[in-house]
Design a protein around this ligand. Structure first.
Ligand code: PBG
Length: 336
């Protein structure tokens, strides 16, 4: 039966979108609970959880509440959490010595979580910014420049301490040169051969970290939201340099490579995907989360649909796993 209104078309891609069933069969990318890593903030003391103003639904938890939250995430099927400290300002120093305190907040938090939920993968950040009064990720020299080699030595020690506390994965987020090799060597020297390194390989000097710095208090410490980390974090204009950073971390012994932020850098995720056989993580950072929440509050975007789409797009770009503050909500949505 010919219909006079039909145009002469030999390809109709809409056929593969005709019904829910055909759309399901032709789906190329999926977002599952196994893809999610939930960042969590921990604070000392017994106070109730405090919400981060610029990150609705994200709280700083004391250790018992953190353990409880970790348990809820594990019950939803989430496999991994990444914990970050809100350090008491009185413990911050120019050199960030608190980072090497075996009785510090993060080692205690890791021990508590692993005691209750040994199967939940715990990732700890390796960088000095939560512990330095100036908020930089390393130690400054007289010129105010972050001293690479001195900082790398400290990071090696910090990684060992975190692994000994029970962290399954250490995640250097500092962007110093050579820190992955130094950390691997330090871990191996201590027999910590099964502690993995998730390297923040391609981390841009991004304005999207603003709300995170509120959460850990590193912005207040420095007196500005726009703390300038351009001498170590990457220039957002650079793609080839991203590949160099990824290649070096792979050679130095990283187990997983990370790109951060995620949404504004989908092309970088894809480029790294094409270069490496290693798993790739992407960090949907605080500012990406805050943007979606802000628009949803204004009634301009649907929160859950936008969050899901943003994460699916990060997977489609080539990420195997995503650190996202939406983890719990998305896991609940996926479970129905
Ligand atoms: C610092 C660190 C940052 C984030 C994770 N680790 C911020 C920064 O580099 O200043 C940002 C995460 C986020 O914005 O969600 N070591």
């Amino acid at each position: 039966m010919s219909d006079a209104s039909q145009i002469d078309l030999h390809r109709r891609p809409r056929r593969n979108r005709f019904s829910p069933a055909i759309r399901a069969l032709t789906t190329e990318t999926s977002l599952g609970i196994n893809d999610l890593i939930c960042p969590l903030f921990v604070k000392d003391g017994n106070d109730a959880p405090s919400e981060v103003v610029s990150m609705p639904g994200v709280f700083r938890y004391n250790i018992p509440d953190l353990v409880n939250e970790a348990g809820q995430l594990a019950a939803l099927g989430i496999k991994a959490i990444a914990i970050f400290p809100y350090t008491n300002p009185s413990l911050k120093t120019p050199r960030g010595e608190e980072a090497l305190n075996p009785g510090g907040l993060i080692p205690r938090a890791v021990q508590a979580i692993k005691k209750h939920f040994p199967g939940l993968l715990v990732i700890t950040d390796v960088a000095l910014d939560p512990y330095t009064g100036h908020g930089h990720d390393g130690v400054l020299n007289e010129q105010g420049y972050v001293d690479n080699d001195l900082t790398v030595k400290i990071l090696g020690e910090m990684a060992v301490l975190l692994a000994q506390a029970g962290a399954d994965v250490v995640a250097p987020s500092d962007m110093m040169d050579g820190r992955v090799r130094a950390i691997r060597k330090s871990l191996d020297r201590e027999g910590l051969v099964n502690t993995a390194i998730l390297a923040y390989s391609v981390k841009f000097a991004s304005a999207f970290y603003g709300p995170f710095r509120d959460a850990v208090g590193s912005a207040q410490a420095a007196g500005t939201h726009l703390l300038d980390k351009k001498t170590y974090q990457m220039n957002p204009a650079n793609r080839r340099e991203a590949l160099l950073e990824a290649q070096l971390d792979e050679e130095e012994g990283a187990d997983i490579l990370m790109v951060k932020p995620a949404g504004p850098y989908l092309d970088i995720i894809r480029e790294v995907r094409n270069q490496t056989t290693l798993p790739i993580a992407a960090y949907q950072v605080s500012g990406e989360y805050a943007q979606i929440h802000a628009a949803a509050r204004l009634g301009w975007l649907d929160l859950e649909l936008t969050a899901f789409e943003s994460l699916l797009s990060i997977k489609r770009a080539g990420a195997d796993m995503v650190l996202t503050y939406f983890s719990k909500q998305i896991a609940q949505k996926i479970r129905g």
